[in-house]
Write a protein that binds this ligand. Structure first.
Ligand SMILES: Nc1ccn([C@@H]2O[C@H](COP(=O)(O)OP(=O)(O)OP(=O)(O)O)[C@@H](O)[C@H]2O)c(=O)n1
Ligand SMILES: C[C@](O)(CO)[C@H](O)COP(=O)(O)O
Length: 228
């Protein structure tokens, strides 16, 4: 049996409704480059990865124009939801020769502050795991539920984590999990949980945040410019 390979799969087919960038946020300029260029630059520095596949929206012509150096490993198969984009990306990996026992690290294009060392920590923690796992952060703040913008209830925060990406699972398992998943599936781990499995939670970094709202872009720019 050949050694399982590791692939990164980067969903990059969103529209960035909440980001207020006047277009898909993956192309917003950050420290002089499109946001997704930072994400891909970090992933391409990880020697353990056999390939990094970017999932784009059908008809996206900006990627090829703005990031020609990565144009070989892209697939215009993005769907209406992140889960649909990831599922279509897995099929593309299979078409390119990936096998059920290979590992796939799904990483949001929008988490452009990711550092190779954090991904390598995840790989080391999950490679021998029966299920796989994800980077995540234990909740640090008191958790509130609002009613009409006013704090109505304080929720139990013990045992709660914020899920990040990458999320690392065997291709075959993840394919089955996403095919069978019911309800809203906002990350890979939630689909795997529905199979009755428990993905490993691997502590990540606060800096690995997902650029979602307009103010996130200024913070990301500052952090990127402060790096050596
Ligand atoms: N149909 C979709 C939706 C999202 N994504 C990707 O999944 C990641 C996380 O999604 P999110 O932050 O929600 O991005 P958007 O969908 O672009 O933003 P919004 O929800 O504000 O519209 C992003 O890299 C995004 O490009 C995707 O590939 N396909
Ligand atoms: C996958 C994810 O980044 C983990 O936190 C998150 O669930 C993506 O959510 P979104 O609804 O696409 O913003």
């Amino acid at each position: 049996m050949p050694e399982p390979r590791l692939y990164a799969l980067v969903p990059c087919a969103g529209v960035g409704t909440r980001a207020g960038q006047g277009g898909p946020k993956q192309y917003a300029r950050l420290a002089g480059r499109p946001l997704v260029a930072h994400t891909l630059e970090a992933l391409h520095r990880i020697p353990e990865l056999a390939g990094v596949l970017v999932v784009l929206a059908p008809g996206d012509d900006r990627f090829a124009a703005e990031l020609p150096q990565y144009a070989g490993w892209v697939a215009h198969v993005g769907g209406d939801t992140r889960a649909a984009s990831v599922a279509a990306g897995l099929e593309e990996l299979v078409r390119r020769g990936a096998r059920a026992e290979d590992w796939v690290l799904v990483h949001d294009a929008a988490r452009c502050l990711v550092q190779p060392e954090w991904v390598q920590t995840l790989i080391a923690a999950c490679r021998d795991d029966e299920v796989g796992g994800l980077l995540a952060l234990p909740l640090a703040d008191t958790l509130k539920e609002d009613v009409a913008g006013r704090s109505a209830v304080t929720l139990e925060r013990r045992g709660k984590w914020q899920a990040q990406t990458p999320q690392m699972f065997r291709l075959g398992l993840l394919r089955r999990a996403l095919t069978q998943a019911r309800g809203e599936v906002t990350d890979e781990a939630s689909a795997v949980e529905q199979l009755g499995l428990r993905p490993r939670l691997v502590p990540g970094s606060l800096e690995n945040f997902k650029l979602t709202y307009p103010q996130d872009f200024e913070l990301a720019e500052r952090l990127l410019r402060s790096r050596p």
